[in-house]
Design a protein around this ligand. Structure first.
Ligand SMILES: Nc1ncnc2c1ncn2[C@@H]1O[C@H](COP(=O)(O)OP(=O)(O)O)[C@@H](O)[C@H]1O
Ligand SMILES: [Mg+2]
Length: 224
């Protein structure tokens, strides 16, 4: 029997974000409609103070109201050089709830390679191959997204995410076509250059839809 989920109620908390909220609610609907629906990645771009974090909070509310599991993480200006910091934060709820054997099962053959990046396996000797770690994480998150469907991943301040997370996110985003998961990424337009900027651009490109650029809110008129 198909489970009937109530539609998300609109929120009066955010002004002038009807279009953005409609796109978010629609993406949540697509996710909840079918385990086999394609994944969606939305990128919200806006300068500081334009309401990115507020929109992510609203996304969480809408998604939780529809019965989704929501995991979130954020980039930190001072933590940009900590490898896998953001992806580790994102997967924390799953990782802490798993027994070591279960984690081993979810990472499968990738356990020895991606496990250390997630802080659940000993690094052992030698340098891990970054490409291998990334592939392992892509595979692990795909399994988790199937296990925890309907799953929503929120990444705030992605412009401050560590390079390794952005590399993973770009690779993950490229393979969303056959994975029913919703990823919402918020970022400022500038802030980063070089490799991280290229990874973040690759994330947007893989999303296959235009980035949502947030416009400044109209200053509220005083009542007459
Ligand atoms: N659409 C909106 N309507 C009303 N208040 C908003 C809206 N968007 C953001 N705010 C408020 O503006 C402030 C800054 O928003 P925030 O989400 O922190 O911005 P950002 O994450 O882009 O820096 C917060 O106090 C937030 O509650
Ligand atoms: Mg913010």
């Amino acid at each position: 029997m198909t489970e009937v989920r109530p539609p998300a109620a609109p929120s009066a908390a955010l002004w002038e974000r009807d279009e953005e909220l409609a796109a978010i609610a629609e993406a949540v609907d697509v996710l909840c409609a079918d385990r086999h629906s394609p994944g969606t990645l939305l990128v919200l771009r806006g300068e500081a103070g334009l309401g990115k974090t507020a929109l992510l909070a609203e996304t969480r509310r809408i998604a939780e109201q529809r019965g989704c599991t929501v995991w979130s993480a954020r980039g930190g200006e001072t933590l940009r050089t900590v490898p896998f910091n953001v992806v580790r934060q994102l997967l924390q709820p799953a990782l802490v709830s798993m027994l070591p054997e279960e984690a081993r099962e979810y990472l499968g053959d990738w356990y020895g390679i991606a496990g250390p990046a997630l802080g659940i396996a000993d690094p052992g000797d030698g340098q891990a191959d970054p490409q291998g770690v990334c592939e392992g994480l892509v595979a692990a998150v795909r399994r988790l997204a199937r296990r925890d469907w309907p799953l929503v991943l929120l990444i705030d301040d992605a412009h401050w995410a560590d390079q390794e997370t952005l590399y993973w996110l770009a690779a993950f985003a490229e393979r969303l076509a056959d994975l029913s998961v919703l990823v919402v990424v918020a970022r400022r337009p500038g802030e980063i250059t070089g490799v991280s900027a290229r990874h973040l651009d690759a994330v947007a490109e893989a999303a296959g839809r235009p980035v949502t650029s947030l416009s400044a809110l109209t200053p509220r008129r005083r009542p007459d």
